[in-house]
Design a binder for this molecule. Sequence first.
Ligand code: FPP
Length: 222
Amino acid sequence: MKTPQHIAIIMDGNGRWAKAKGLPRTAGHKAGADTTKEIITAAKKQGVKYLTLYAFSSENWLRPEKEVSFLMDLLRLQLKTQVKELHKNGVRLRIIGDREKLNKDIRDDIEKAEKLTAENDELCVQVGLSYGGRQEILHAVEKSKGDTTQFEKYLYTREIPDPDLLIRTGGEKRISNFLLWQIAYTELYFTDKLWPEFDEADFETAIKDFSIRERRFGGAKE
Ligand code: FPP
């Protein structure tokens, strides 16, 4: 089976999952974090080399303050508890987004985690935090000062190859400002499954779907 080298995921549906169970939205995010862990393990098992996860968008700052601070606390906890395990498993962690907007303690933990795991090459996990695709493009345009050959070097994703497959859970069929530049030729896969209920078998189904697609990158077959 043709395995995608790079999979990007829009992890949507935490709030709806919680609501359906009569729980607060925050319980959905907590369950979503467990799914994230499971899918990272599955990606490594499948031989995926890059996994890019949309955890918090530039626009998510507009959510109620209580939800934002819950997500930031969850992020703090994940950084404190998961990094060692990721490192042990040969996973490299990279954060993409406008990290200046994050609190200093989180920024410090991110830097530590990136340094610790920098040489790992089993799987590279990129996490979008305070990430917006349009903002990323504008940032790179400004930094590259009109030199288009240098432009991609200033994207947050730099030397990482473009995603082969983008998965969005939660039933919506849109991109929501994720990796706008990088997904020019990416195969898109949408599922109604909500992120907390998405599992390894669903992940494999998405990969199987990808493996039978014909990619032409704008070219033509014989
Ligand atoms: C989308 O569901 C999910 C998020 C905005 C957050 C994703 C976070 C995780 C998977 C946990 C790990 C992340 C961090 C930051 C530690 P939604 O709330 O938009 O769901 P809805 O569309 O059903 O309301």
